[in-house]
Design a protein around this ligand. Structure first.
Ligand SMILES: Cc1cc2nc3c(=O)[nH]c(=O)nc-3n(C[C@H](O)[C@H](O)[C@H](O)COP(=O)(O)O)c2cc1C
Length: 208
C-alpha cells in the first residue's frame, strides 16, 4: 500500500513537471511566433473582400486596445472618427483621392486626428523644437497599435495619407484644434498582397 502511494506520487510529479515544462516552452513559442506572424503578415491591403463585415463590437475592441499606446506625458492626443454606416462610408470613400478604388470593399473607414498643443507642450509652450510634431508622433504610435491589433484580430488595413482633410473635417465636424492625419481602412483582404522591398538593413541602422 505504502509503495503504491509513493509510486503514484512520483508518477504524478513526473507527469506534472513534464507537462509544465512543455506548456511553458509551448506558451513562450506561441506568443513570440504569433507576434512575429502579426508583424510579418501585416501588409497594406488595397483590395478588400466586400462580402465580409466587421461589427461595432469588434471596432470597439480594436480601439480599446489602441488606448494602450504610449504618448507624450500620457496626453493621449489621438482621436478617431469611425465611418461604418453606408452614408458615412460613401462620403469618406470620395475624400481619399485615388485610394477610393483600393478601399471600396472595406466595411470600416477610420479618420485619425490629434489634438494640437498637448503632446510636446508644457504649460502652453512647446517643450522643444518639434512642437506639435510630437502630436503627430503619438498619432503614428496609436495608428501603429491599431494596424497591428487589427491584424491580430484577423483584419487588414491601409493607412492613407492621401485624403482631403478640410472635407473630412466637415463630414465629422472635427474641431479646429485637431489636426486631421491619416484615414485607415479596416476590412478583410481579398487576395495576397505583393511583398514590399526593404532598404538594406545597414543603410538604416548604425550601431556604435
Ligand atoms: C503615413 C502613411 C501614408 C500612406 N499613404 C498611403 C496612401 O495614401 N495610399 C496607399 O495606397 N498607401 C499608403 N501608405 C502605405 C504605404 O505605401 C506602405 O506602408 C508601404 O508601401 C509599405 O508597404 P506595407 O505597408 O505593405 O509594409 C501609407 C503609409 C503610411 C505609413
Amino acid at each position: 500500500m505504502y509503495r503504491k502511494i509513493i509510486f503514484g506520487a512520483a508518477l504524478a510529479l513526473m507527469t506534472f513537471s513534464g507537462c509544465n515544462t512543455e506548456c511553458c516552452k509551448n506558451n513562450s513559442n506561441v506568443s513570440s511566433t504569433s507576434f512575429d506572424e502579426v508583424l510579418m503578415s501585416r501588409r497594406s491591403i488595397r483590395n478588400y473582400d466586400s462580402t465580409k463585415s466587421i461589427s461595432e463590437a469588434e471596432v470597439r475592441e480594436l480601439l480599446k486596445s489602441v488606448q494602450e499606446a504610449p504618448s507624450w506625458a500620457n496626453q493621449q492626443p489621438t482621436k478617431y472618427y469611425v465611418a461604418m454606416s453606408s452614408e458615412k462610408l460613401a462620403e469618406v470613400q470620395n475624400l481619399v483621392g485615388r485610394n477610393k478604388e483600393r478601399i471600396m470593399g472595406a466595411p470600416v473607414l477610420i479618420v485619425s486626428t490629434f489634438e494640437k498643443g498637448k503632446s510636446g507642450f508644457f504649460q502652453g509652450n512647446a517643450a522643444n523644437e518639434i512642437g506639435d510634431g510630437w502630436g503627430a508622433y503619438d498619432n503614428g504610435l496609436s495608428n501603429c497599435y491599431l494596424i497591428l491589433k487589427a491584424r491580430a484580430m484577423g483584419f487588414d488595413t491601409l493607412i492613407m495619407g492621401m485624403r482631403e482633410s478640410d472635407s473630412l473635417r466637415n463630414v465629422f465636424q472635427i474641431p479646429e484644434n485637431e489636426t486631421v492625419m491619416a484615414v485607415i481602412s479596416l476590412g478583410y483582404r481579398a487576395g495576397e498582397p505583393a511583398q514590399p522591398q526593404h532598404r538594406p538593413f545597414d543603410e538604416i541602422v548604425k550601431i556604435f
